[in-house]
Design a protein around this ligand. Structure first.
Ligand SMILES: CC(=O)SCCNC(=O)CCNC(=O)[C@H](O)C(C)(C)COP(=O)(O)OP(=O)(O)OC[C@H]1O[C@@H](n2cnc3c(N)ncnc32)[C@H](O)[C@@H]1OP(=O)(O)O
Ligand SMILES: O=C([O-])CC(=O)C(=O)O
Length: 377
C-alpha cells in the first residue's frame, strides 16, 4: 500500500458492512427495517413488535407477542449490587456515564460470557432490553440521591419505563407517544454508535463490551447527545423571538445548531422528526400552550433559510420528552435504551459473519532517514 491512499474523512459514503437489518433509502425516502418502512411501523406498531422484528426476523403474531411480553417482564429487575454500585458514583456523574458503567458491569453477571452463539446472544439481548430501562432510570435517580423506582410488572413495557423515569403512570396518549419515540429511535442503519459496536464485536469481544462502547459514542453532541442540547437551547430562549435571536447569533458565530443536519439526510428532513413534530403539536394543544411548537417551527424556518438544513429526530424528540415531563439528562439515555435492540441485532449479525475491522491510514507525518554509516537516527 502507498503511504498516500484515497481518504474519506468521517468515512463519508463508505460502505462498511453488508446487512439484512436496515437501510436508509434516500432515493425513496424510506428507512427500511427488515424490509418494512420504519415510519409505517411507527404509525401502526408498538416498540415490542419492532423488538420481535429485529431479533426474530418477523413481526409477531398475537401469541408470539404475548409470550415475549411475559418473558421480558422477568428481565426487568437488575442485580441489587448494581443499585449499590450507583450509590458510590459521584453526584456529578453524567447519566450516560452511569448507564455505561451499569451495562459494563452486567458482563460480570453473565456466566456464559465466552459463548457467542446466536442463541446465547439473543438471550442476552432480551435481558438487556428488559434491564436497560431500569439502569437508565435508577442509575440517574440513585446518583441524584433519589430513591430508586422499582419496575412495575403490571404496566406495559413503555408505561413501566415511563413510570421509572418520572415516578408517575402515563396517560394512554403519553404512553402511545413515548412508545412511538422508542420505535423511531430503535434502529437506524450505521450511525457512529452502531459502527462502534460492530467494530468492537469484530474482535470477538462480547455484547456488553460492544454496547458499552456504543453508549460512549451516543453520548456525544454530534450524535445522541443532541436531543438534550436541543432542550437546553429551547429553554435558554423561552420564546419565539428569543429563540430566533439565539439561532441567528449562533449561526453568525458559525456554531452548529443542535438537532439540525444529518450525514445521510443533510438536505432533507429526517422522516422520523415529522412524527415527533405531530406528537409535539398534540401535546401542546392539550396543554393549551403552543409556545414550544411555535419556537421549533421558527427554528426550522431560520435553518432552512440560512443553511438549507432540516431537523433530525432529536430536534422534535427533545420537546416531546419535555412535554411528557421527563428530566432532560435522561433524553440521551432513553435514546440508547430504545436503540439497544438495534445494537444487539448488529452485534449478532457481526458475530455471525465476522471479519475484523482494521482499516489503514494516509500517513502525513514526518519520515526520518536512518543513517547507515553512523548507525544513528
Ligand atoms: C439522531 C441523531 O443522532 S441525528 C444527529 C444529531 N446531531 C446533531 O443534531 C448535531 C448537529 N448536527 C451536526 O453537527 C451535523 O449535521 C452532523 C454531525 C449530524 C452531520 O454532519 P456532517 O455530515 O459531518 O456534516 P458537516 O458537519 O461536515 O457539515 C456540513 C456543512 O453543513 C453545516 N452544518 C451541518 N449541520 C449543521 C448544524 N446543525 N448547524 C449549522 N450548520 C450545520 C456545517 O457547518 C457545514 O457547513 P460548511 O460546509 O459551510 O462548513
Ligand atoms: O444515523 C445517524 O447517523 C444518526 C441517527 O440519526 C441515529 O442514530 O438515529
Amino acid at each position: 500500500m502507498e503511504a498516500k491512499e484515497k481518504f474519506y474523512p468521517g468515512l463519508d459514503g463508505v460502505v462498511v458492512a453488508e446487512t439484512k437489518i436496515s437501510f436508509l433509502d434516500t432515493v425513496q425516502s424510506e428507512i427500511v427495517i427488515k424490509g418494512y418502512d420504519l415510519i409505517k411501523l411507527a404509525e401502526s406498531k408498538e416498540y415490542l413488535d419492532i423488538v420481535h422484528l429485529l431479533l426474530e426476523e418477523k413481526l409477531p403474531n398475537s401469541i408470539e407477542i404475548a409470550e415475549m411480553k411475559k418473558n421480558l417482564k422477568g428481565e426487568y429487575v437488575i442485580p441489587e449490587e448494581l443499585l449499590d454500585m450507583f450509590k458510590h458514583l459521584p453526584e456529578n456523574t453524567h447519566p450516560m456515564d452511569g448507564l455505561r458503567t451499569g451495562i459494563s458491569a452486567l458482563a460480570g453477571y453473565d456466566n456464559n460470557l465466552d459463548e457467542r452463539s446466536l442463541t446465547a446472544n439473543k438471550k442476552r439481548a432480551y435481558q438487556l432490553i428488559g434491564r436497560v430501562p431500569n439502569i437508565v432510570a435508577n442509575s440517574y435517580r440513585i446518583i441524584q440521591k433519589l430513591e430508586p423506582i422499582l419496575p412495575d410488572e403490571n404496566l406495559s413495557y413503555s408505561a413501566n419505563f415511563f413510570y421509572m423515569l418520572t415516578g408517575r403512570i402515563p396517560t394512554s396518549l403519553e404512553e402511545k407517544i413515548f412508545d412511538q419515540s422508542l420505535v423511531l429511535y430503535s434502529e437506524h442503519e450505521m450511525p457512529n454508535s452502531t459502527f462502534t459496536a460492530r467494530v468492537i464485536a469484530s474482535t470477538q469481544s462480547d455484547l456488553y463490551g460492544a454496547l458499552t462502547g456504543a453508549v460512549a459514542s451516543l453520548k456525544g453532541n454530534l450524535h445522541g447527545g443532541a436531543n438534550e442540547a436541543v432542550m437546553y437551547m429551547l429553554n435558554e430562549a423561552g420564546s419565539v423571538e428569543k429563540f430566533e435571536e439565539l439561532l441567528e447569533t449562533k449561526l453568525f458565530k458559525k456554531e452548529k445548531i443542535m438537532g439540525f443536519g444529518h450525514r445521510v439526510y443533510m438536505k432533507k428532513m429526517d422522516p422520523r422528526a415529522l412524527l415527533m413534530k405531530e406528537a409535539l403539536k398534540e401535546l401542546c394543544d392539550i396543554k393549551g400552550d403552543d409556545t414550544l411548537y411555535k419556537m421549533c417551527e421558527a427554528g426550522e424556518r431560520i435553518m432552512e433559510r440560512e443553511k438549507g438544513i432540516y431537523p433530525n429526530l432529536d430536534y422534535y424528540a427533545a420537546p416531546v420528552y419535555w412535554m411528557l415531563g421527563i428530566p432532560i439528562p435522561l433524553y440521551t439515555p432513553i435514546f440508547f435504551s430504545a436503540r439497544t435492540v438495534g445494537l444487539c441485532a448488529h452485534v449478532i449479525e457481526q458475530h455471525a459473519n465476522n471479519r475484523l475491522f482494521r482499516p489503514r491510514v494516509s500517513y502525513i507525518g514526518e519520515r526520518h532517514v536512518f543513517n547507515k554509516t553512523t548507525g544513528q537516527l
